[in-house]
Write a protein that binds this ligand. Structure first.
Ligand code: HEM
Ligand SMILES: *[C@@H]1O[C@H](CO)[C@@H](O)[C@H](O)[C@H]1NC(C)=O
Ligand SMILES: *[C@@H]1O[C@H](CO)[C@@H](O)[C@H](O)[C@H]1NC(C)=O
Ligand SMILES: *[C@@H]1O[C@H](CO)[C@@H](O)[C@H](O)[C@H]1NC(C)=O
Length: 588
């Protein structure tokens, strides 16, 4: 308890002080600083002030004694640098969590005296200015439940900053509390398991295109084909799926070599959004002047691609049509949310503000739904490659439930979408994939007088002033909660209550939990399960690093994380390294 006991008052005195507030003075007056030179000068001056401020802040709070060794001047930055030193440059920041949890005992030698399990339930990390607030990393499902389920704390303010260029904060994730609730509840019915099941025939159309493309990449006569980046294909697939599911539009991203204006605009916008994180956030630079043009152009392109569908849906809401499956009567995510909106407003047509909010939410779905899902599909193929026994069992289940002819599977599932619910092992494969590779997680805003507590312990972990990070990448591999945690065991998802393998519900949280969890989780699960069901009996997929290295001229750094060439990269969502180079062969 001693180490943790140190972590009381003084930490949180420091946490309450938001360092950037000290120097967030508009030095050059309130004039519009559109002139680039002025901007850069401002940046330079802010930079200098920051260096001074770091020194002052950390000096003032020299009483701060955290669990990890803490430098007066640099906080935990040295630990961050140590992480960097032992990892490739492009490694995803999220990987640091597991590394910290695993290496805790080297910094906190008396840890095991106080905890039956390692890692510790909570770790505080001060890496200002890389992350603006004191980070509170939660490594225990019981504690995570306290700020997402038992109480659902608001999302951290950085979410707002991040999404602003895309949605002007009109979307359900970053709008203020009331608007957020309104739109979340209007869209909730669209994503219910029953209504997502009704979309399965449309999703299958898109996945069949994906399957044909993979067949084209396979070699002749059951041989391995040339190396290619699987993630490019899965990303195009998830774009097609999300457009189909939200608006019944066929985007044909998978077969359009140019790429649609919609995808181009979204990808460009995401690149621009990533810039507001990190140092720029601290410097108070939300937008570079030269970026606002790009931002406006991207939003223009997105609006152009989406607004027609919104108008059409408003003009022909499904409720006013006969209950037949005509073109205009598809129960898309948009249609269902619109009829819900109409029901709430007593049939009055949505006004301009509503339309803007609907657009913002559609953009949010495109953003949140494409790369998480596409990367997860890649990781699933990786794990099946590494666990051939599981791949065999998966194939056996598909034979059982969908018949032994893989070519019949698509039409069978189109006719009887509920068959997907009979694929318990397949479901387990996807859930295990998300257990090993949770690619996103929630960050909430800590509050005064709100503490996290461990059952049966008097320790209270303050949250005030912190950014509370739910850390599924640690929680989901915790051996004290997950028997045989490091084994890929789809069977655990079929284990009945009382079986030691039966999963603890709070310990699996790749979609977060509670009222602000992932609204799209059912869509994602169904999409990934369909990919498994429709492709796994037709192809073998393997990582192809040797071929990839040759393709790139042989003189490449063979970087690894945890002994794997395939590791998580990128700025926002984790992407598989180099888009996961693979070879594919057809099973004859
Ligand atoms: C495997 C795929 C996916 C994973 C791992 C994932 C994960 C997550 C996580 C962890 C959150 C919580 C984030 C936070 O609190 O800031 C979240 C939120 C969200 N996700 Fe997903 N997601 C996936 C697929 C999708 C899809 C397909 C959609 C399509 C609509 C989607 C839409 C959203 C939205 C709108 C939110 C915000 C909900 C709110 O603020 O109330 N996600 N997702
Ligand atoms: C939560 O605490 C209970 C009681 O201590 C324990 O049995 C359970 O495994 C814990 N759950 C998680 C997710 O850690
Ligand atoms: C499914 O969509 C319909 C509208 O088509 C809606 O009335 C219903 O509430 C939704 N189902 C669920 C379970 O939310
Ligand atoms: C799919 O996406 C990639 C980039 O992610 C792009 O280069 C490719 O041209 C797209 N389309 C096709 C038909 O592969």
């Amino acid at each position: 308890m001693r180490t943790l006991g140190l972590l009381t008052q003084d930490v949180f005195m420091r946490a309450q002080l938001k360092p950037w507030q000290i120097f967030e003075v508009n030095l050059l007056g309130k004039a519009d600083m559109d002139i680039i030179v002025t901007r850069q000068l401002q940046t330079l001056i802010r930079g200098l002030i920051i260096i001074a401020a770091i020194t002052i802040v950390r000096f003032l709070y020299s009483g701060y004694k955290p669990t990890l060794p803490h430098s007066l001047l640099f906080g935990h930055i040295p630990i961050l640098l140590q992480f960097r030193k032992h990892h490739p440059e492009d490694v995803h920041f999220g990987i640091i969590m597991k590394w910290l949890a695993d290496n805790c005992p080297t910094w906190i030698p008396d840890l095991h005296h106080h905890h039956h399990h390692h890692p510790p339930p909570v770790l505080y990390l001060d890496i200002w200015p890389v992350f603006p607030d004191l980070m509170m990393m939660v490594f225990d499902g019981n504690l995570s439940a306290q700020f997402t389920q038992i109480r659902s704390l608001p999302k951290h303010r950085i979410t707002r900053t991040f999404l602003e260029p895309l949605t002007d904060n009109l979307d359900m994730t970053s709008a203020d509390g009331k608007q957020s609730k309104v739109w979340r509840s209007r869209f909730n019915p669209s994503f219910s398991p029953r209504n997502i099941t009704m979309l399965i025939p449309e999703l299958i159309d898109e996945i069949v295109v994906f399957k044909e493309l993979l067949a084209g990449m396979a070699g002749p006569h059951g041989q391995w084909g040339d190396v290619f980046q699987l993630e490019e294909r899965t990303t195009n697939l998830t774009f097609d799926v999300i457009l189909r599911a939200t608006m019944d539009e066929r985007l044909h991203e998978q077969i359009n070599p140019q790429g649609s204006p919609l995808k181009q605009a979204l990808i460009s916008q995401i690149r621009l959004m990533s810039k507001v994180l990190g140092l720029n956030h601290i410097l108070g630079i939300k937008r570079w002047p030269w970026d606002s043009l790009t931002r406006a152009r991207n939003n223009g392109a997105l609006r152009k691609a989406l607004i027609g569908h919104v108008q059409d849906a408003i003009n022909k809401p499904p409720d006013r049509l006969a209950d037949t499956d005509t073109e205009n009567n598809k129960k898309t995510i948009l249609n269902i949310a619109l009829s819900r909106t109409l029901a709430e407003t007593g049939g009055a047509a949505p006004d301009k503000r509503d339309i803007e909010a609907i657009l913002a939410n559609l953009k949010l779905f495109l953003f949140a739904g494409h790369d998480t899902t596409s990367s997860t599909i890649c990781w699933m193929f990786k794990l099946l490659q590494d666990n051939p026994g599981c791949l065999s069992k998966l194939r056996a289940e598909l034979d059982d439930v969908l018949g032994t002819d893989p070519n019949q599977a698509a039409s069978l599932l189109r006719e009887s979408p509920q068959l997907l619910n009979n694929l318990a092992y397949t479901n387990g494969v996807v859930k295990e994939t998300l257990r090993f590779y949770p690619l996103a997680s929630t960050v909430r805003q800590g509050e005064k007088d709100f503490f996290l507590t461990l059952p049966g312990s008097s320790m209270r972990y303050p949250t005030e002033g912190t950014a509370i990070h739910d850390v599924p990448s640690v929680i989901q591999l915790d051996e004290s909660v997950w028997p045989r945690a490091n084994e890929f065991l789809p069977e655990r998802w079929m284990a009945p209550l009382g079986d030691p393998l039966h999963p603890n519900k709070d310990a699996w949280r790749p979609f977060s939990m509670g009222p602000r969890n992932c609204i799209g989780q059912e869509l994602a699960m169904v999409e990934i399960k369909l990919v498994a069901a429709l492709l796994c009996r037709d192809f073998d997929v393997r990582e192809a690093w040797d071929e990839w290295d040759v393709r790139r001229g042989g003189v490449v750094k063979r970087e690894m994380v945890g002994g794997e060439r395939l590791y998580g990269c990128g700025q926002t969502v984790q992407h598989p390294k180099d888009g996961m180079p693979v070879c594919v062969r057809r099973l004859l």
